[in-house]
Design a protein around this ligand. Structure first.
Ligand SMILES: Cc1ncc(COP(=O)(O)O)c(C=O)c1O
Length: 391
Protein backbone atom coordinates (compact mmCIF):
# COMPACT_ATOMS: atom_id res chain seq x y z
CA UNK A 1 0.00 0.00 0.00
CA UNK A 2 1.29 3.48 -0.80
CA UNK A 3 2.22 5.45 2.31
CA UNK A 4 0.97 8.97 1.63
CA UNK A 5 3.42 10.55 4.07
CA UNK A 6 6.59 8.76 2.97
CA UNK A 7 9.21 10.70 1.07
CA UNK A 8 10.49 8.50 -1.73
CA UNK A 9 13.69 9.17 -3.71
CA UNK A 10 11.54 10.26 -6.66
CA UNK A 11 7.90 11.05 -6.23
CA UNK A 12 5.77 12.91 -8.76
CA UNK A 13 3.38 14.21 -6.10
CA UNK A 14 6.23 15.76 -4.18
CA UNK A 15 7.72 17.26 -7.32
CA UNK A 16 4.29 18.69 -8.11
CA UNK A 17 4.18 20.44 -4.72
CA UNK A 18 6.64 23.00 -6.11
CA UNK A 19 5.89 25.69 -8.67
CA UNK A 20 9.11 25.90 -10.66
CA UNK A 21 9.14 26.93 -14.31
CA UNK A 22 9.45 24.14 -16.89
CA UNK A 23 12.75 23.38 -18.54
CA UNK A 24 15.09 23.93 -15.63
CA UNK A 25 16.74 21.63 -13.10
CA UNK A 26 16.87 23.72 -9.94
CA UNK A 27 19.79 22.64 -7.75
CA UNK A 28 20.14 25.73 -5.61
CA UNK A 29 18.11 25.22 -2.44
CA UNK A 30 21.24 26.31 -0.56
CA UNK A 31 20.70 29.83 -1.92
CA UNK A 32 16.90 29.87 -1.83
CA UNK A 33 14.43 27.01 -1.42
CA UNK A 34 12.22 26.29 -4.45
CA UNK A 35 8.76 27.82 -4.07
CA UNK A 36 6.02 25.51 -2.81
CA UNK A 37 2.58 25.91 -4.36
CA UNK A 38 1.03 26.18 -0.90
CA UNK A 39 3.42 29.03 -0.08
CA UNK A 40 2.59 30.87 -3.29
CA UNK A 41 -1.13 30.42 -2.57
CA UNK A 42 -0.75 31.58 1.04
CA UNK A 43 1.13 34.68 -0.12
CA UNK A 44 -1.56 35.53 -2.65
CA UNK A 45 -4.34 35.01 -0.08
CA UNK A 46 -2.57 37.24 2.44
CA UNK A 47 -2.03 39.90 -0.22
CA UNK A 48 -5.73 39.79 -1.13
CA UNK A 49 -6.73 40.00 2.55
CA UNK A 50 -4.32 42.92 2.96
CA UNK A 51 -6.66 45.20 1.01
CA UNK A 52 -8.79 45.28 4.18
CA UNK A 53 -6.18 45.32 6.98
CA UNK A 54 -8.74 46.35 9.60
CA UNK A 55 -10.32 42.91 9.34
CA UNK A 56 -7.21 41.27 10.79
CA UNK A 57 -7.74 41.48 14.55
CA UNK A 58 -4.87 41.52 17.05
CA UNK A 59 -5.92 38.12 18.40
CA UNK A 60 -5.81 36.53 14.91
CA UNK A 61 -2.43 38.10 14.22
CA UNK A 62 -0.99 36.91 17.54
CA UNK A 63 -2.43 33.44 16.95
CA UNK A 64 -0.65 33.24 13.58
CA UNK A 65 2.63 34.33 15.21
CA UNK A 66 2.25 31.53 17.75
CA UNK A 67 1.37 28.94 15.09
CA UNK A 68 4.56 29.78 13.20
CA UNK A 69 6.57 29.67 16.43
CA UNK A 70 5.19 26.22 17.29
CA UNK A 71 5.81 24.83 13.80
CA UNK A 72 9.38 26.20 13.80
CA UNK A 73 9.94 24.76 17.28
CA UNK A 74 9.05 21.31 15.90
CA UNK A 75 12.10 21.59 13.62
CA UNK A 76 14.33 22.13 16.69
CA UNK A 77 13.18 20.21 19.79
CA UNK A 78 9.44 20.81 19.93
CA UNK A 79 9.60 23.43 22.68
CA UNK A 80 7.54 26.42 21.53
CA UNK A 81 8.85 28.59 24.37
CA UNK A 82 12.39 28.14 23.02
CA UNK A 83 11.91 29.98 19.72
CA UNK A 84 12.09 33.67 18.81
CA UNK A 85 11.18 35.12 15.41
CA UNK A 86 14.04 37.22 14.03
CA UNK A 87 14.77 38.63 10.55
CA UNK A 88 18.07 36.91 9.73
CA UNK A 89 20.73 34.50 10.86
CA UNK A 90 23.03 37.48 11.48
CA UNK A 91 20.44 38.90 13.88
CA UNK A 92 20.34 35.64 15.85
CA UNK A 93 24.14 35.46 16.03
CA UNK A 94 24.20 39.11 17.15
CA UNK A 95 21.86 38.21 20.04
CA UNK A 96 24.29 35.46 21.06
CA UNK A 97 27.23 37.88 20.79
CA UNK A 98 25.32 40.47 22.82
CA UNK A 99 24.70 38.05 25.68
CA UNK A 100 27.36 35.37 26.09
CA UNK A 101 30.12 36.23 28.59
CA UNK A 102 33.42 37.19 26.97
CA UNK A 103 36.31 39.08 28.54
CA UNK A 104 39.63 40.62 27.52
CA UNK A 105 42.16 37.93 26.63
CA UNK A 106 39.48 35.30 25.97
CA UNK A 107 38.60 33.94 22.52
CA UNK A 108 35.79 32.95 20.17
CA UNK A 109 36.39 30.15 17.65
CA UNK A 110 34.78 30.01 14.20
CA UNK A 111 35.70 27.91 11.15
CA UNK A 112 37.92 29.48 8.49
CA UNK A 113 35.81 30.97 5.71
CA UNK A 114 32.56 30.81 7.69
CA UNK A 115 29.56 32.68 6.25
CA UNK A 116 29.89 36.40 7.18
CA UNK A 117 26.63 36.49 9.20
CA UNK A 118 28.34 34.13 11.60
CA UNK A 119 31.56 36.08 11.94
CA UNK A 120 30.77 39.81 11.86
CA UNK A 121 28.98 40.07 15.23
CA UNK A 122 31.85 38.23 16.92
CA UNK A 123 34.41 40.47 15.22
CA UNK A 124 32.65 43.45 16.75
CA UNK A 125 32.22 41.91 20.21
CA UNK A 126 35.84 40.75 20.32
CA UNK A 127 36.96 44.23 19.30
CA UNK A 128 34.88 45.89 22.03
CA UNK A 129 35.99 43.61 24.88
CA UNK A 130 39.58 42.95 23.74
CA UNK A 131 38.99 39.27 22.97
CA UNK A 132 40.43 37.31 20.00
CA UNK A 133 38.53 35.80 17.10
CA UNK A 134 40.18 32.51 16.15
CA UNK A 135 39.60 30.52 12.97
CA UNK A 136 39.84 26.73 12.81
CA UNK A 137 41.79 26.15 9.60
CA UNK A 138 42.01 22.60 8.20
CA UNK A 139 45.43 21.04 7.77
CA UNK A 140 45.94 18.96 4.60
CA UNK A 141 43.79 15.84 4.85
CA UNK A 142 42.11 17.01 8.05
CA UNK A 143 38.31 17.27 8.35
CA UNK A 144 36.69 20.54 9.43
CA UNK A 145 35.44 18.81 12.60
CA UNK A 146 38.94 17.65 13.51
CA UNK A 147 40.29 21.16 12.90
CA UNK A 148 37.70 22.56 15.34
CA UNK A 149 38.54 19.93 17.97
CA UNK A 150 42.28 20.52 17.57
CA UNK A 151 41.86 24.28 18.08
CA UNK A 152 39.59 23.71 21.05
CA UNK A 153 42.18 21.46 22.68
CA UNK A 154 45.06 23.79 21.98
CA UNK A 155 43.64 27.04 23.41
CA UNK A 156 42.14 27.14 26.89
CA UNK A 157 41.04 30.79 26.47
CA UNK A 158 38.23 29.83 24.05
CA UNK A 159 34.87 30.68 25.63
CA UNK A 160 32.55 30.47 22.63
CA UNK A 161 32.36 28.15 19.65
CA UNK A 162 30.24 29.63 16.84
CA UNK A 163 29.69 27.12 14.05
CA UNK A 164 27.55 26.29 11.04
CA UNK A 165 26.28 22.71 11.03
CA UNK A 166 26.64 22.53 7.24
CA UNK A 167 29.20 24.55 5.29
CA UNK A 168 27.70 27.15 2.92
CA UNK A 169 30.33 26.53 0.22
CA UNK A 170 30.52 22.77 -0.27
CA UNK A 171 27.89 21.25 2.04
CA UNK A 172 30.36 19.49 4.32
CA UNK A 173 28.74 18.53 7.61
CA UNK A 174 30.32 19.12 11.02
CA UNK A 175 30.25 16.27 13.52
CA UNK A 176 28.29 18.22 16.10
CA UNK A 177 27.82 15.20 18.38
CA UNK A 178 31.56 15.06 18.95
CA UNK A 179 32.19 18.82 18.93
CA UNK A 180 29.33 19.64 21.30
CA UNK A 181 30.42 17.01 23.82
CA UNK A 182 33.98 18.34 23.68
CA UNK A 183 32.85 21.95 24.11
CA UNK A 184 30.59 21.06 27.03
CA UNK A 185 33.40 19.21 28.83
CA UNK A 186 35.50 22.39 28.57
CA UNK A 187 32.72 24.79 29.60
CA UNK A 188 32.70 26.42 26.14
CA UNK A 189 29.37 27.89 24.98
CA UNK A 190 28.10 26.61 21.62
CA UNK A 191 26.34 28.84 19.10
CA UNK A 192 24.95 27.15 16.00
CA UNK A 193 23.99 28.41 12.58
CA UNK A 194 21.63 25.77 11.16
CA UNK A 195 20.73 27.82 8.06
CA UNK A 196 22.08 25.13 5.72
CA UNK A 197 20.63 22.19 7.66
CA UNK A 198 17.36 22.93 9.47
CA UNK A 199 14.62 21.24 7.45
CA UNK A 200 17.10 18.93 5.69
CA UNK A 201 18.77 17.25 8.67
CA UNK A 202 17.39 16.58 12.15
CA UNK A 203 18.57 19.12 14.76
CA UNK A 204 19.75 17.16 17.80
CA UNK A 205 19.24 20.05 20.23
CA UNK A 206 19.00 17.85 23.35
CA UNK A 207 22.33 16.24 22.45
CA UNK A 208 24.17 19.40 21.33
CA UNK A 209 22.81 21.71 24.04
CA UNK A 210 23.68 24.97 22.28
CA UNK A 211 23.28 28.32 24.03
CA UNK A 212 21.70 29.73 20.85
CA UNK A 213 20.89 28.15 17.48
CA UNK A 214 19.55 30.06 14.50
CA UNK A 215 18.33 29.22 11.02
CA UNK A 216 17.01 31.27 8.15
CA UNK A 217 13.56 30.15 6.99
CA UNK A 218 13.99 30.58 3.23
CA UNK A 219 16.36 27.75 2.36
CA UNK A 220 15.67 24.19 3.58
CA UNK A 221 12.55 25.35 5.46
CA UNK A 222 11.11 26.54 2.10
CA UNK A 223 9.63 29.74 3.51
CA UNK A 224 9.91 33.47 2.80
CA UNK A 225 12.88 35.76 3.30
CA UNK A 226 13.00 38.00 6.36
CA UNK A 227 11.91 35.24 8.75
CA UNK A 228 14.54 33.34 10.73
CA UNK A 229 14.14 31.21 13.84
CA UNK A 230 16.28 31.54 16.93
CA UNK A 231 16.34 28.69 19.46
CA UNK A 232 17.40 29.87 22.92
CA UNK A 233 18.66 27.82 25.86
CA UNK A 234 16.37 28.02 28.97
CA UNK A 235 18.87 30.07 31.00
CA UNK A 236 19.07 32.77 28.30
CA UNK A 237 15.28 32.77 27.95
CA UNK A 238 15.21 33.87 31.59
CA UNK A 239 17.99 36.49 31.57
CA UNK A 240 18.98 37.36 28.00
CA UNK A 241 18.81 40.94 26.74
CA UNK A 242 17.46 41.47 23.21
CA UNK A 243 19.11 43.79 20.70
CA UNK A 244 16.10 46.04 20.22
CA UNK A 245 13.40 46.73 22.77
CA UNK A 246 10.33 45.93 20.73
CA UNK A 247 6.90 46.16 22.29
CA UNK A 248 5.89 42.79 20.82
CA UNK A 249 8.42 41.14 23.17
CA UNK A 250 6.70 42.61 26.27
CA UNK A 251 3.59 41.83 28.23
CA UNK A 252 0.90 43.58 26.15
CA UNK A 253 -1.14 44.94 29.06
CA UNK A 254 1.88 46.37 30.86
CA UNK A 255 3.58 47.81 27.80
CA UNK A 256 0.52 49.80 26.68
CA UNK A 257 0.18 51.32 30.14
CA UNK A 258 3.05 53.49 28.98
CA UNK A 259 4.75 53.83 32.35
CA UNK A 260 8.30 54.91 31.45
CA UNK A 261 9.51 54.35 35.01
CA UNK A 262 8.29 50.76 35.21
CA UNK A 263 9.66 48.45 32.47
CA UNK A 264 6.94 46.09 31.24
CA UNK A 265 7.58 42.39 31.93
CA UNK A 266 8.83 40.25 29.05
CA UNK A 267 6.61 37.80 27.29
CA UNK A 268 7.49 34.25 28.36
CA UNK A 269 10.33 32.15 26.99
CA UNK A 270 12.37 33.20 23.98
CA UNK A 271 9.63 35.66 22.94
CA UNK A 272 11.69 38.40 24.64
CA UNK A 273 14.00 38.12 21.59
CA UNK A 274 11.22 38.54 19.00
CA UNK A 275 12.31 41.26 16.59
CA UNK A 276 10.12 44.07 15.34
CA UNK A 277 8.80 44.02 11.79
CA UNK A 278 9.25 40.28 11.24
CA UNK A 279 5.69 39.26 12.05
CA UNK A 280 4.18 40.70 8.89
CA UNK A 281 0.90 38.91 7.98
CA UNK A 282 2.01 37.89 4.49
CA UNK A 283 5.37 36.58 5.70
CA UNK A 284 3.67 34.71 8.55
CA UNK A 285 1.19 33.11 6.15
CA UNK A 286 3.98 31.95 3.83
CA UNK A 287 6.12 30.67 6.72
CA UNK A 288 3.18 28.76 8.20
CA UNK A 289 2.35 27.09 4.88
CA UNK A 290 6.00 26.13 4.33
CA UNK A 291 6.53 24.77 7.83
CA UNK A 292 3.28 22.78 7.63
CA UNK A 293 4.54 21.16 4.42
CA UNK A 294 7.90 20.34 6.03
CA UNK A 295 6.02 18.87 9.01
CA UNK A 296 3.85 16.73 6.71
CA UNK A 297 6.89 15.39 4.90
CA UNK A 298 8.84 15.07 8.20
CA UNK A 299 12.48 16.07 8.46
CA UNK A 300 13.46 12.51 9.46
CA UNK A 301 12.17 11.38 6.04
CA UNK A 302 13.24 14.41 4.01
CA UNK A 303 16.87 13.90 5.10
CA UNK A 304 17.41 10.44 3.53
CA UNK A 305 15.37 11.41 0.46
CA UNK A 306 17.63 14.42 -0.18
CA UNK A 307 20.66 12.29 0.61
CA UNK A 308 19.52 9.82 -2.07
CA UNK A 309 19.54 12.68 -4.58
CA UNK A 310 23.05 13.93 -3.77
CA UNK A 311 24.29 10.33 -3.57
CA UNK A 312 22.90 9.72 -7.08
CA UNK A 313 24.66 12.85 -8.33
CA UNK A 314 27.93 11.79 -6.66
CA UNK A 315 27.81 8.27 -8.05
CA UNK A 316 26.99 9.55 -11.57
CA UNK A 317 30.02 11.86 -11.36
CA UNK A 318 32.18 8.98 -10.07
CA UNK A 319 30.97 6.82 -12.95
CA UNK A 320 32.24 9.55 -15.32
CA UNK A 321 35.66 9.30 -13.64
CA UNK A 322 35.29 12.61 -11.80
CA UNK A 323 35.72 11.36 -8.20
CA UNK A 324 38.63 13.73 -7.64
CA UNK A 325 36.28 16.69 -8.21
CA UNK A 326 34.03 15.76 -5.28
CA UNK A 327 34.53 17.64 -1.98
CA UNK A 328 36.22 15.23 0.44
CA UNK A 329 34.41 16.00 3.74
CA UNK A 330 31.20 14.28 4.89
CA UNK A 331 28.29 15.34 2.71
CA UNK A 332 24.54 15.11 3.07
CA UNK A 333 21.95 17.13 1.14
CA UNK A 334 24.44 19.47 -0.59
CA UNK A 335 27.07 18.09 -2.94
CA UNK A 336 30.17 20.19 -3.51
CA UNK A 337 31.95 19.67 -6.82
CA UNK A 338 35.34 21.32 -7.17
CA UNK A 339 36.54 21.14 -10.79
CA UNK A 340 40.01 22.34 -11.82
CA UNK A 341 40.01 26.16 -11.86
CA UNK A 342 40.68 26.20 -15.60
CA UNK A 343 37.40 24.32 -16.25
CA UNK A 344 35.16 26.23 -13.87
CA UNK A 345 33.90 28.95 -16.25
CA UNK A 346 33.15 26.37 -18.95
CA UNK A 347 31.21 24.25 -16.46
CA UNK A 348 29.18 27.21 -15.24
CA UNK A 349 28.36 28.10 -18.85
CA UNK A 350 27.47 24.50 -19.77
CA UNK A 351 25.21 24.08 -16.72
CA UNK A 352 23.41 27.34 -17.52
CA UNK A 353 23.05 26.28 -21.17
CA UNK A 354 21.47 22.98 -20.05
CA UNK A 355 19.06 24.80 -17.70
CA UNK A 356 20.73 23.47 -14.54
CA UNK A 357 20.61 26.13 -11.82
CA UNK A 358 23.49 25.91 -9.36
CA UNK A 359 25.66 28.34 -7.42
CA UNK A 360 29.44 28.58 -7.33
CA UNK A 361 30.98 29.37 -3.96
CA UNK A 362 34.74 29.92 -3.76
CA UNK A 363 35.48 27.63 -6.70
CA UNK A 364 33.01 24.96 -5.63
CA UNK A 365 29.93 24.16 -7.72
CA UNK A 366 27.21 23.58 -5.14
CA UNK A 367 24.49 21.08 -6.06
CA UNK A 368 21.56 21.41 -3.67
CA UNK A 369 18.39 19.65 -4.86
CA UNK A 370 15.10 19.43 -2.96
CA UNK A 371 12.25 16.97 -3.44
CA UNK A 372 11.25 18.51 -6.78
CA UNK A 373 14.31 16.89 -8.39
CA UNK A 374 14.25 13.14 -9.00
CA UNK A 375 17.33 10.93 -8.65
CA UNK A 376 16.98 10.30 -12.41
CA UNK A 377 18.24 13.86 -13.13
CA UNK A 378 21.68 12.82 -11.87
CA UNK A 379 22.75 11.34 -15.22
CA UNK A 380 21.83 14.45 -17.17
CA UNK A 381 23.67 16.73 -14.69
CA UNK A 382 26.80 14.55 -14.60
CA UNK A 383 26.81 14.46 -18.42
CA UNK A 384 27.18 18.24 -18.41
CA UNK A 385 30.25 18.00 -16.14
CA UNK A 386 31.60 15.13 -18.19
CA UNK A 387 31.13 17.03 -21.45
CA UNK A 388 33.35 19.85 -20.15
CA UNK A 389 35.86 17.45 -18.57
CA UNK A 390 36.37 15.75 -21.95
CA UNK A 391 36.07 18.90 -24.05
C1 LIG B 1 25.53 29.19 6.59
C2 LIG B 1 24.67 30.39 6.32
N1 LIG B 1 24.29 31.16 7.33
C3 LIG B 1 23.50 32.22 7.15
C4 LIG B 1 23.05 32.58 5.89
C5 LIG B 1 22.17 33.78 5.71
O1 LIG B 1 22.41 34.71 6.74
P1 LIG B 1 21.55 36.01 6.91
O2 LIG B 1 20.17 35.59 7.26
O3 LIG B 1 22.23 36.75 8.00
O4 LIG B 1 21.58 36.76 5.61
C6 LIG B 1 23.45 31.81 4.79
C7 LIG B 1 23.00 32.17 3.42
O5 LIG B 1 23.48 31.69 2.43
C8 LIG B 1 24.27 30.68 5.02
O6 LIG B 1 24.65 29.90 4.00
Amino acid sequence: MHDATAVAPSDAAQADAFCLPDGIVYLDTATHGPCLRVVQQAAQRALDEGVAPWRLGDADWEASIERVRALAADCFDGDTDAVALVPSAAYGIAIAARNLPLARGEAVLVTAGAFPSQVLAWQQRCHVVGARLLEARQLPGESASDAVLRELDSDSTIRVLSLAHVDWRDGSVLDLDRIAAHARARGVALVLDLSQSLGALPARIARWKPAFAVSVGYKWLLGPGGMAYLWVDPSWRARGIPIEQHWLARDPVAVWRGDAQRPAAWRPGARRFDAGGVADPQRLAMAEAALQQVARWQIERIAPALRARTAALASALRAQGLSSWLAPDAQAHILGVRPPVARLDAIVAALAQAGVVTAVRQGCVRLAPHLHVGVESAGMVSDVFDGVARG
